[in-house]
Every structure is written in structure tokens, then in C-alpha cells.
Write a protein that binds this ligand. Structure first.
Ligand code: F6R
Length: 646
């Protein structure tokens, strides 16, 4: 949540910041802002509202030339989405600018202290205290008698570039006074953060640091050095990528990066291999990222399976850092996830239990650690997360680790926080997903989790060669089956057009069709703002059927999964109460189709693999309803792609 970016050593720093903010908008779009450092001072522009980036571009026409600056796109947590709350925040002197992603948990206590010390805070955000803390420590380091830098002495202004602090309080060699001020400030802060600081007293230097929240550094020929919340913001600009460990502080100067640990001792950034390219982060002729990413699903599934299904009929997962021996010890699997990732996990429960015969719990990550789960070294806790940064899931995985369980994550972002912290990682290979609603990463998760389920089954001796061969062949067919489903967007849009004015939709399914229905409902509600709820179809008669009145819309996942006949009986129950019925059905299945006002046809495949195919028309249905209602499908209201707050 919130996107941050910084660049130094580029004559076109401002353009790169604005372009980077465009690419980071999926992390939040309540407001946007930039600050540039020059010898003459710090220049800042901010804008709030749904057109904040476009408005910011206009304001930026008045910007002075600068080779260094920082930018931010906000998802509001503390404080309304106003310009006053927009980042970058400035200190009292107006010379230090700061952007922040995360939460400062002790902001209120720090603010009280700062105000008592003479600082003027002008926003409702938790973030603003950070820049004043840096100001205070910088003041101390520079010998400001007030210790705040805010008492009108302008002590943090006009300091010669790269000036050294007094030796009694000085930072480690190679680090600057600003780096030391940031280190000291952040020691006082509880919570999570990724922060970038600029200061006109040292105008080509940026200081970046992180705890929990993600941050990527990049370097390029010609001396440009940059930092951002996510890799897509730096694609096409950076040639080499680096990451920081929790608490490390990086000072970016043209041509180099100086890294220290939290105590100021020299440290190293870690190189990051990035396989993504700029084209993947662009719309490439599609009207929006969501339609592009739906179209990319066959490739996302193919790439996720590539090299993992071997010719000898086994699953090759040597990469996951959890050995077959360890997997044989496991007597319970716990899947933890949020949102669409949770739905993928629900499908995986069927596959793991059925193929590997290991009991599986699936937990909503935000609830998991608060229910005092029973875990031990024979439990495998699997975090499922596109971003690998969702704080709820990260904390759930940590909780598993703290209680002695083995931990594994399935995620799409290489070297994400979860990937680093878990014992093992199984990467999905969907490429960058920019649309806020998960589509291709959801399918890639489903594919990866099926592979994991088969792997568990094989190492535990639960699958004979013939059955394994059949299932592996079924998996290998998935990219082409998904492609056939994806190609039917036009037919799905025609159905959606008929129901474009619907205000309430019931999604129902049974067996693996139920998590598919849940995903269909989530997609519809999040991008079209239509009320959509999913129910296990057999549960309707225990209450929800009271809501069915003539012309209510019911969308049922009615493909040939094991409970298909029972599902049809449930469909009859809503039909007889006057509901309009749209069914997801297998090609040619007229017996099912006769129950529906409209059918979303999909190719048939093995029941446990069918969610990958069956969910596609539900994504397309949600997309088409949202577009027909003029919604911004890539930027649904109130949402952000990566949820780094609890
Ligand atoms: C829905 C969606 C969210 C995410 C959820 C978890 O379209 O994208 O529900 O699935 O926020 O995010 P990750 O997978 O990054 O942990």
C-alpha cells in the first residue's frame, strides 16, 4: 500500500518519478506527490483525488531542474485523502522531504513529544512524524542547540554538500550525516515502514530504509541510482536490482549506494535477479491491465508449470528448499492467505487431501494467529500470496515459524518478504500483475498449488505412476484449456450486457466449485461495486434462500465436478423461486444448460483442475459488468494491490 520512489543521478529525475508513480498507482491512488532537492531548496508538489497523477503532472511543469527527488502515491490509512495528508511530507524548515509506506504505530506519542519540542505538524498522517524526527536528529548532529532544527535557526539548511557530522556522534565511514539522522530517527519508531528521505542540504543524496515494507534499489549506467516499492516502477530504467534487509539504511548518491545496518556498521545490499521486462508492465494495446492480464493467463499457467512436470511422470520441485524427507514428516498442512489467494488455497485443500492424504486447514490469514492454532514441527504452514508482502499473511507465516512449524510460501514476487522469511518458496511465474484485481496470479497460484499437492502425494508414496501420469498430463493441458476459455470473452460480455444493471448477485457452487464461486463474487463486487455473495449451494436452504425473490440473479458453477447432480438440484430450488440463472457449464452439456437463462461455456477437464478453467468466465463477467457501468477496473475504489497494513 502506498507506492514510493526515489531517484538520483538522472537529469530527467522528475520525469522518471512521474512515470514511476504511474506504474506504482496500483499501490494506492488517493493522492500523489513529488519533491525535488536542489541547492536552492526543496521543491514539492502534491495533489489529491481521482485525477491526482494527471494533476501532479500539470503542477510539475513549474518544477526547477533537479537530478534527485522522491515521489509517492497514497492509499490512505491515517487521515483523509487530502492534499495536506499527501506525501512527501516536509520538516519545519522545508528542506527535508520524506515519503513513507507502512504504519507508524507510536505516531501519537512521537507527535506529542515533537510538538512539545517546537515542531509544527500540519497533517493527520502517522507518516509526518518521521520527517520531523529526522529533522530533530539532523539538528542534533549538526550542533543545533534546540535539538530540533525547527526553532528558526534553519540549521539543517545551507550545510555544505556531503558535510561530515561531529565525530562524537558520527556515522560509519561512507555514510553521511543524513544517513545517521535517519538511523537514529527510526530506532524510535514502532511499526512497519519503507521510507525515502531527501534533503536540500545534500541535494543529490537520498536515504532509504525499510522494516517489513518492501523496497527495491536499482542502478544503471551513467550513475543513476533509484529506489521504489516495487520492481515494475524501475523496469526499463534500472539495469541491476538490489534489496535491503530489515533495518538496513541505503544512501543513494550518483554512481553508488552506501549501505549500513541499523547501528551504522557497513553492510551489503543483496543483488536481486529480475526476470520481468518493461513490456510486461505496460498495457500493450489493451484498454486496461485487467483485460491484458486475463488474456495472459494461459501463459502465466504455462510458465508456472514449466520445468516442474518431468517426462518421467514426476513433479520436479527441488527448488522449494523443503526436502522430500521433510515433506514426508508433515502430518498437517495449514494454508494461510487473503482474498483471491485464500480462494486458491481453498481449492488446494481438495487437491492435497485427495491426492496426498494429509489433513489440510485453510485459514484467513488475518484471523489465523489470533485463534491460537495448534502447530508443531510436523505442521507445514503454507502462505499463499501474490505479492509476498501482505502483512496478514506474512504475520501468519511468522506465527507458524515461531511455533516451530515448517513454512513455505507460494508467491509471485521474487525475494518478497515472505519468500525471504519462509523456509521454502514456490514461485508462481505470472509476471508483474498491475491490475488491482488478481487474475493471472490467481490462476498461477492454482497451478502452483496443484503441483505442490502432486509433489506431496508423490514423495509420500500416495500416487501410483499411472494415476500420476494422468494427472500430470491433465496439468500440462491446462494452458490450452485456459486459452480456450479466455477466447470466449465476447460471448461472456454478451451475457454480462443483459445483466449490467443487476444490484445483487448470488454465486453458488459445490466442492471445488464453491471457491470458484467465491472468487467470482469477489471479482464482481470489487470492480463493479455490485453486491455479490457466494454460498456453498447446499447451504442455501439453511438461510440464504430467503433472499431469493423473483428475478434475483444466481450464478452457479455447474461444471461436472463430483457434486454436479446435487448442485443441479440446488439450482432447481432457486429457479422454482423465480431466480434468473446463469450457469458455468461444460461445452456441450445441454442437460445442465436447460436450467439456465444464460450459459458461460467452458471446456471440460479433471474435476480438481477445473477451477483454473471455470473461474475465467467469472472474471470476464465481472470485467464486462464493471466496464458496462463505467468503472475503472484497474483502480477499484478504496483498494490497493499490496496490503501492507493489518
Ligand atoms: C482480489 C485481490 C485481493 C488479494 C489479497 C491478497 O482481486 O487481489 O483479494 O488477493 O489482497 O493479496 P496477496 O495475494 O498479494 O497476498
Amino acid at each position: 500500500m502506498c507506492g514510493i520512489i526515489g531517484v538520483t543521478g538522472r537529469a530527467d529525475a522528475l520525469e522518471m518519478l512521474l512515470d514511476g508513480l504511474d506504474r506504482l498507482e496500483y499501490r494506492g491512488y488517493d493522492s500523489a506527490g513529488v519533491a525535488l532537492s536542489t541547492e536552492a531548496g526543496t521543491w514539492r508538489a502534491r495533489s489529491a483525488g481521482s485525477r491526482s497523477l494527471a494533476d501532479l503532472r500539470k503542477l510539475a511543469e513549474a518544477a526547477p531542474p533537479a537530478a534527485a527527488g522522491i515521489g509517492h502515491t497514497r492509499w490512505a490509512t491515517h487521515g483523509h485523502p487530502t492534499e495536506a495528508n499527501a506525501h512527501p511530507h516536509l520538516d519545519c524548515t522545508g528542506s527535508i522531504a520524506l515519503v513513507h509506506n507502512g504504519i507508524v504505530e507510536n505516531a501519537a506519542a512521537i507527535a506529542t513529544r515533537l510538538v512539545a519540542g517546537g515542531h509544527r505538524l500540519t497533517s493527520e498522517t502517522d507518516s509526518e512524524v518521521l520527517v520531523h524526527l529526522v529533522e530533530a536528529h539532523l539538528g542534533e548532529l549538526l550542533g543545533d542547540p534546540t535539538g530540533s532544527g525547527a526553532a528558526g535557526t534553519g540549521s539543517s539548511r545551507g550545510v555544505p554538500r556531503g558535510s561530515e557530522p561531529d565525530t562524537a556522534h558520527g556515522p560509519a565511514p561512507g555514510s553521511s550525516v543524513l544517513g545517521e539522522a535517519v538511523r537514529r530517527a527510526l530506532v524510535e519508531v514502532r511499526g512497519s515502514f519503507a521510507v525515502v528521505v531527501a534533503w536540500s542540504g545534500d541535494p543529490t543524496r537520498l536515504v532509504a530504509t525499510r522494516r517489513v515494507s518492501p523496497l527495491v534499489l536499482g542502478t544503471a549506467a551513467g550513475g543513476a541510482v533509484m529506489v521504489a516499492s516495487d520492481v515494475p516502477a524501475l523496469l526499463g530504467r534500472a539495469e541491476r536490482f538490489w534489496t535491503l534487509d530489515d533495518g538496513q539504511v541505503a544512501e543513494l548518491v550518483p554512481g553508488g549506494i552506501v549501505v549500513t545496518d541499523v547501528a551504522g556498521a557497513p553492510a551489503q545490499a543483496r543483488p536481486l535477479e529480475v526476470a520481468w521486462n518493461l513490456e510486461q508492465a505496460r498495457k500493450g494495446g489493451f484498454p486496461d491491465f485487467m483485460s491484458k492480464e486475463i488474456a495472459e493467463q494461459p501463459q502465466a499457467v504455462a510458465d508456472t508449470l514449466a520445468g516442474r512436470l518431468t517426462a518421467d511422470g514426476t513433479v520436479g520441485l527441488d527448488e522449494i528448499r523443503v526436502s522430500p524427507d521433510e515433506l514426508r514428516q508433515v502430518d498437517k498442512v495449514v494454508l494461510v492467505a487473503c482474498g483471491s489467494s485464500y480462494h486458491a488455497a481453498l481449492v488446494a485443500k481438495f487437491a492435497i487431501e485427495h491426492w496426498a492424504r494429509v489433513p489440510v486447514d485453510v485459514d484467513i490469514a488475518s484471523e489465523f494467529r489470533y485463534r491460537d492454532p495448534i502447530l508443531d514441527p510436523r505442521t507445514l504452514v503454507v502462505g499463499v500470496s501474490q505479492s509476498g508482502e501482505t502483512v496478514d499473511t506474512l504475520q501468519a507465516v511468522r506465527h507458524g515459524r515461531d511455533l516451530g512449524a515448517r513454512t513455505l510460501v507460494v508467491c509471485n514476487v521474487v525475494d518478497s518478504s515472505m519468500a525471504r522469511e519462509a523456509d521454502g518458496v514456490l514461485y508462481t511465474r505470472a509476471g508483474p500483475e498491475i491490475g488491482v484485481a488478481a487474475t493471472k496470479t490467481h490462476l498461477a497460484q492454482l497451478a502452483a498449488l496443484q503441483v505442490l499437492a502432486l509433489h506431496l502425494a508423490q514423495v509420500r508414496g500416495r500416487l501410483d505412476t499411472e494415476r500420476a501420469g494422468r494427472l500430470l498430463a491433465g496439468l500440462a493441458d491446462l494452458p490450452s484449456l485456459v486459452a480456450r476459455a479466455v477466447d470466449r470473452a465476447g460471448a461472456v460480455a454478451e451475457v454480462a450486457q443483459r445483466y449490467r444493471s443487476v444490484r445483487d448477485v448470488f454465486f453458488i457452487g459445490r466442492h471445488v466449485g464453491y471457491p470458484v464461486a467465491m472468487e467470482g463474487a469477489l471479482k464482481l463486487k470489487e470492480i463493479s461495486y455490485v453486491r455479490a455473495e457466494a454460498y456453498p449451494a447446499g447451504e442455501l436452504k439453511h438461510g440464504p434462500i430467503a433472499l431469493i425473490e423473483p428475478d434475483a440473479l444466481v450464478v452457479a458453477v455447474a461444471t461436472r465436478t463430483p457434486l454436479w447432480e446435487k448442485l443441479l438440484a440446488n439450482v432447481e430450488e432457486v429457479r422454482s423461486r423465480g431466480a434468473q440463472v446463469v450457469l458455468v457449464a461444460n461445452d456441450g452439456d445441454e442437460e445442465t444448460a436447460r436450467l439456465a437463462q444464460a450459459v458461460l461455456w467452458v471446456p471440460r477437464c479433471e474435476a480438481l483442475l477445473s477451477p483454473l478453467v471455470d473461474v475465467v468466465p467469472l472474471q470476464q463477467f465481472a470485467y464486462a459488468v464493471a466496464r458496462a457501468n463505467g468503472r475503472d477496473v484497474d483502480r477499484p475504489r478504496n483498494l490497493a494491490k499490496t496490503v501492507t497494513v493489518e
